[in-house]
Design a protein around this ligand. Structure first.
Ligand code: FES
Length: 159
């Protein structure tokens, strides 16, 4: 059987994190956050250890990680692009930008481009409605977007 990337994950750091929370009740969120900080996503092998050591079922863990947008179940791209789909941005054309990005990069919400460069996310209001439409790239805010401006910004990150 072919060994996948997932099977090659070194879980020693996840074990260290779990050791630090041994016997601590209700620690699922901080454990998951710390594991994600280390691995940049939540490897399945690490989640199985969390399930075992924290006595929480895998289905409960999956419920949590799929509910919170902060968690990734696969390695994210080099740059995280969050495009606001809130009302102000929607009214100012965010859908056109998203359509163009999806068409050009062949990705959907929470997917990563084939070259591993960008992970796309559609998000609710980013709190910068006066600059609508708005997106963030690795946390940096860009506003008053157009399709071509957005493409230009992404090109700057294409390294
Ligand atoms: S609706 Fe997009 S920043 Fe508020």
């Amino acid at each position: 059987m072919e060994i996948t990337e997932e099977e090659k994950v070194d879980v020693s750091k996840a074990i260290e994190i779990l050791d630090a929370y041994e016997g601590v009740k209700g620690a699922l969120m901080p454990i998951l956050q710390k594991i994600q900080t280390v691995y940049k996503y939540l490897p399945n092998d690490a989640l199985e250890l969390v399930s075992e050591r924290q006595n929480v079922s895998m289905s409960q863990i999956h419920g949590v990680v799929t509910f919170y947008a902060q968690f990734y179940l696969t390695p994210p791209g080099k740059h995280i692009l969050r495009l606001c789909q809130g009302t102000a941005c929607h009214v100012k054309g965010a859908d056109d930008i998203m359509d163009k990005l999806v068409e050009r990069h062949q990705v959907a919400h929470k997917q990563t481009t084939e070259d591993g460069l960008y992970t796309f996310e559609e998000v609710a209001c980013l709190g910068a409605c006066a600059m609508a439409p708005v997106m963030t790239v690795d946390g940096k805010v860009f506003g008053e977007l157009t399709v071509s401006k957005t493409e230009g910004i992404l090109d700057e990150y294409a390294e």
